[in-house]
Structure formats: structure tokens, C-alpha cells
Design a protein around this ligand. Structure first.
Ligand code: MG
Length: 254
């Protein structure tokens, strides 16, 4: 009987991935969708922290006058970030009254606690790869200055940015976003994490298992429906990045 139970359990684990560790939740651009906080605002970060998610993601751009600011789009309410000064950006506000956060202010807020990690996306700069690499170096120096290496995971669409980070630091955590590198290629370049679009991982169903064998972390974005959440839980990804952290939390509790 005992043997039967163990065999059944092993079979269940094999078929359902039931023994795999549950994925960790990353709130995409903070927790904003169900909280009314603007995306990438300090308020959305605070909401994510209040929810106790594993990580909270945010996007960082470089202004013309070398200030790192937190915003997803290339523009902040109509002002083009790459070609504007920080002062110019301060003329606009989020609907909750916040100004555009600097990356430093955002990190300092996040670092008041240790429970929720900060998932730091370095945005590609529209002025070209050289400017993206300058931004990358500045982002890294900022994290270093705040002694925050352990609380941060860097993510980027720019592969040169990922390689630059690895050149700057052998240990810092980096996940590549663009979906066009195999787990083997990432391993070769010592990029020990992939953070791919859900469609890429559904098309390349072997990636998660391959990555696991190679010691590469797997993260998927942006997973917002219950059906997709269940799919990636079964796939055994390490992290799920979502606009709906509340929903994913509920599903993982079941
Ligand atoms: Mg992002």
C-alpha cells in the first residue's frame, strides 16, 4: 500500500509537475491594475510590497541630461524622455500627483524592506545602442552605490546591455527579455536567466526544461489570465510576471 502511494505520487509529480516548486510572483510595473496606482509609480511599488509579492518590476530610461527615471513608455505624458531633461519631465505628473520617480528614489523606497525584490528593467534607448550601454553602466553603478546587488534582478531586451552587465559584474542577476536566444546561448554568455514572452515559451515548449538542466532561471511575461497562469505553473517556470498579482496569488493558494 505504502509502495503504491509513493509510486502514485511520483507519477503525479511527473505528469502534473505537482512537485515542482510553485512559481514566484512578480508584479509587472508594480501592482497597479487592481489598485488604481499608476504604473511604475512609487505608489504601485508600495502596493506590490504590501501584497508581499516576491518581486516588483519597473522600467528605467535615461534622460538627455543623464538622469535615470522610472517609466515604461518612451515618453512621460507626451514628453520624450531620451531627448528631454529631467527638469522638463517634472512639468508633468501622474494622476495620483506623483512626479516621474528617479531610479534612485524608486530603489531607495524599495530597499526600505527586504521581502520584495526589485526587478530592474533597463530600457533600450531610442538614440542607439551606445546610449543604451551608457544607461546600463549608470544603472549598475546606482545599484552598486546603494549596495543593492542582492535585492536586484536586472532585465533587458538589449543583449549588448546584458553582456555589458556581465562584463561589469560576474555575479549580478540578469534575465534576457527578447526571446531570441536559446538557453544554451544564454548559458554560454553566462546570462543565467531568461524572461520571455508567454508566446515564445508556448512555441518553444522545450525551453523551460532545457533551461532548468543548464541552471538558467525561467521567467515569463505578461501572464494575466487564469488559463495561462495554470499553463505556466504546470510548465514549472521559476517566476511569473503579471499585471494581476492578486489573481495569481489566489490560484497558487488553491
Ligand atoms: Mg518592463
Amino acid at each position: 500500500m505504502k509502495l503504491y502511494s509513493i509510486t502514485t505520487m511520483i507519477l503525479m509529480c511527473a505528469t502534473l509537475g505537482a512537485c515542482a516548486q510553485a512559481p514566484k510572483i512578480i508584479a509587472h510595473r508594480g501592482a497597479w491594475k487592481n489598485t488604481q496606482a499608476p504604473q511604475n509609480s512609487i505608489a504601485s511599488l508600495q502596493k506590490a510590497i504590501e501584497q508581499g509579492v516576491w518581486g516588483s518590476e519597473f522600467d528605467v530610461h535615461l534622460t538627455k541630461d543623464n538622469t535615470l527615471v522610472v517609466c515604461h513608455d518612451q515618453d512621460f505624458y507626451g514628453i520624450d524622455i531620451a531627448t528631454a531633461t529631467y527638469e522638463e519631465l517634472l512639468t508633468k505628473t501622474h494622476p495620483n500627483g506623483e512626479k516621474i520617480p528617479t531610479a534612485e528614489a524608486y530603489l531607495r523606497e524599495g530597499l526600505k524592506q527586504k521581502n520584495t525584490r526589485l526587478i530592474f528593467e533597463i530600457k533600450s534607448n531610442k538614440l542607439g545602442v551606445d546610449r543604451t550601454l551608457e544607461a546600463t553602466e549608470m544603472c549598475y553603478k546606482l545599484v552598486k552605490k546603494l549596495k543593492a546587488e542582492k535585492e536586484i534582478v536586472f532585465i533587458a531586451f538589449s543583449y549588448p546591455a546584458c553582456l555589458k552587465l556581465r562584463e561589469l559584474d560576474a555575479k549580478v542577476k540578469i534575465q534576457y527579455l527578447n526571446g531570441d536566444k536559446t538557453p544554451e546561448q544564454l548559458k554560454q554568455d553566462r546570462i543565467y536567466g531568461l524572461d520571455y514572452n508567454a508566446g515564445v515559451l508556448k512555441k518553444n515548449t522545450q525551453y523551460v526544461e532545457q533551461a532548468k538542466k543548464l541552471g538558467i532561471k525561467t521567467n515569463v511575461w505578461t501572464v494575466n489570465t487564469e488559463e495561462d497562469m495554470q499553463y505556466f505553473i504546470q510548465q514549472g517556470v521559476d517566476y511569473i510576471t503579471t499585471d494581476q498579482p492578486e489573481l495569481l496569488k489566489q490560484i497558487l493558494k488553491k
